[in-house]
Design a binder for this molecule. Structure first.
Ligand code: FAD
Ligand code: EPU
Length: 338
């Protein structure tokens, strides 16, 4: 049975480094710990918040309830064919460690998702994505516990309703399931994906002759380190907003005024980088009290040290307002506000 701590600081449990606390806090190491917790009076009388690495949450107040920190570990091959290997990961495994484990075993598919912070269990929540790959491309299934009934449910890929930074767990099933295990279908012979962004150029400057999944991972890591702040140095949660997908006529009219606007066609609509929109509004690298945006990437809101979650939230509102006024586009938050 998981130990329930009281008045626990969450500062080291969220990558924004927000100094908030939880009235109750418990760590779960196996599915049985979760089931036992569901019968505990503290659970039954309070609201709950499940956290993994805390790299996609903004704590705007102390959490008056029970925080459940997922520490369910384990990596196991559960099935193999000539072409593929199906690997089951405990939801409390660190995502990047799993990527490295796959690379070591020459299992291809998630090398482009190198260095994304957080745990495996949160990866399906927003269908993590980077450098031309999304979790859904390799996702087979997940096991989750219904936090009302204690029943374990298997969700296959199509059940999760994955989209760009979206899944059913962020929408209709929000706060209803605790994910315990994720199964990925990886490839024994890689299909390299290097067309996105600066990967090809980086491989060239790194002098890579023979393409491997390790080489792609190294290139992605180098690009990410040049653009994104390390949360250990500067508190942040990656992209604060989603890239908006807008009507192509609106995109074309903005492009007339800003010929250098980057854009990506997206199912008869157009995706515009939110970072570019925010940058155009003059926010890049701006410092507002203890908050600001990162100097190399305006889409990343940062805590310069002592910011509260409310201050960061207030900054995000000002940024939304600027972008709306200048471009007529409403930015939607990617980060989960608590
Ligand atoms: P948390 O922040 O702990 O939780 C996120 C949400 O999931 C919360 O709502 C939480 O309640 C819920 N949750 C967590 N675990 C479970 C569980 N087991 N069961 C049910 N619900 C759960 N994301 C990308 O997609 N692509 C990127 O390239 C990327 N780059 C980033 C770079 C930086 C520097 C940072 C700080 C973040 C970045 N992110 C990126 C965002 C983040 O890393 C991912 O969303 C990651 O999957 C969050 O994992 P976590 O364990 O930290 O989740
Ligand atoms: N740009 C600017 N100014 C800025 C920031 C960006 O002009 O301040 C321009 C860039 O020059 C580039 C374009 O905007 O032309 C896109 O920028 P970038 O390549 O950095 O990617 P992004 O669209 O901002 C997305 C994801 C990242 C993911 C990268 C790589 C979203 C919301 N963000 O960022 O995911 O790592 O692509 O695939 O989709 C995250 O979700 O937390 C995250 C970091």
């Amino acid at each position: 049975m998981a130990l329930i701590e009281e008045n626990k600081s969450l500062k080291t449990y969220n990558t924004f480094n927000i100094d908030a606390s939880a009235t109750y806090f418990a760590e779960v190491k196996q599915a049985d710990d979760v089931i036992a917790l569901l019968h505990h009076p503290v659970y039954q009388k309070h609201q709950t918040l499940i956290i993994g690495g805390g790299s996609n949450i903004l704590l705007t107040q102390n959490f008056d309830g029970l925080v459940i920190h997922n520490q369910i570990k384990g990596i196991e091959v559960i099935h193999e064919s000539i072409e593929n290997v199906w690997v089951e990961f405990g939801a409390g495994e660190i995502w990047h460690n799993c990527v490295l484990h796959c690379i070591k075993n020459n299992w291809a598919g998630i090398e482009n998702l190198s260095l994304i912070p957080g745990y495996v269990g949160a990866a399906p929540m927003q269908n993590i994505g980077a450098y031309g790959v999304e979790l859904k491309d390799v996702f087979e299934a997940l096991h989750a516990i219904n936090v009302q009934t204690g029943e374990t449910v298997l969700f296959k890929n199509k059940d999760c309703h994955f989209g760009y930074r979206e899944s059913i767990f962020k929408n209709t099933l929000k706060n209803q399931f605790l994910i315990t295990k994720v199964v990925l279908r990886l490839n024994k012979s890689p299909q390299f994906n290097i067309s996105y962004g600066a990967i090809e150029k980086t491989l060239e400057t790194q002098g890579v002759k023979a393409l491997t999944i390790k080489a792609i991972s190294d290139a992605v890591i180098q690009i990410r380190q040049s653009k994104l702040p390390n949360p250990k140095m500067v508190g942040n949660a990656g992209s604060f907003f989603k890239n908006p997908v807008v009507d192509s006529l609106l995109a074309a009219s903005i492009k007339r005024d800003y010929p250098n606007m980057p854009f990506y066609p997206n199912n008869h609509k157009t995706k515009i980088p939110a970072g570019w929109l925010i940058d155009q509004c003059g926010w890049k690298g701006k410092v507002v009290g203890e908050t600001g945006t990162y100097k190399n990437q305006a889409l990343v809101l940062v805590n310069h040290g002592k910011a509260t979650g409310r201050e960061i939230f207030a900054l995000s509102e000002k940024i939304q307002q600027s972008v709306k006024e200048r471009f007529g586009i409403s930015l939607q938050r990617e980060v989960n506000v608590v």
